[in-house]
Design a protein around this ligand. Structure first.
Ligand code: SF4
Length: 117
């Protein structure tokens, strides 16, 4: 496994399998959500991602849903326009969740607020 493949594997285990309500093990989406695609380009964050927790809720680790850093991740996401309930204003918040990629980014930012992404 190359270092890039190992980083992607870690990301899929921690962010997708560990944090995403929409994760389906038999379905590999490529490109992935905005959070996964952003973190794919950041192998330097692998060590931090290895410590990503998997809480039972679907929250954003104390970040606001409209935090501009999170909005920027969603803005670049392939699923935002047609495929993301969380950023669809027509869908009630109680009926949707942020994806694992966005939650992983939120956790990194909550742990290291000065982090530049
Ligand atoms: S919450 Fe939705 S728009 Fe934002 S990164 Fe995840 S799938 Fe994409």
């Amino acid at each position: 496994m190359t270092p890039g493949e190992a980083h992607l594997d870690l990301l899929r285990r921690k962010a997708c399998a560990g944090l995403c309500r929409y994760y389906k093990p038999e379905k590999r989406e490529d490109p992935g959500c905005g959070g996964v695609e952003m973190l794919k380009r950041r192998p330097d964050l692998g060590q931090a991602l290895a410590a990503l927790p998997s809480p039972g809720d679907d929250g954003l680790f104390s970040l606001a849903e409209d935090d501009p850093r999170l909005l920027a991740v969603c803005q670049a996401c392939e699923f935002r326009i047609d495929g993301c309930d969380f950023r669809d204003p027509e869908v009630e918040r109680a009926e949707c969740s942020p994806c694992g990629g966005l939650r992983a980014v939120a956790w990194l930012l909550s742990e290291t607020p000065e982090l530049k992404l």
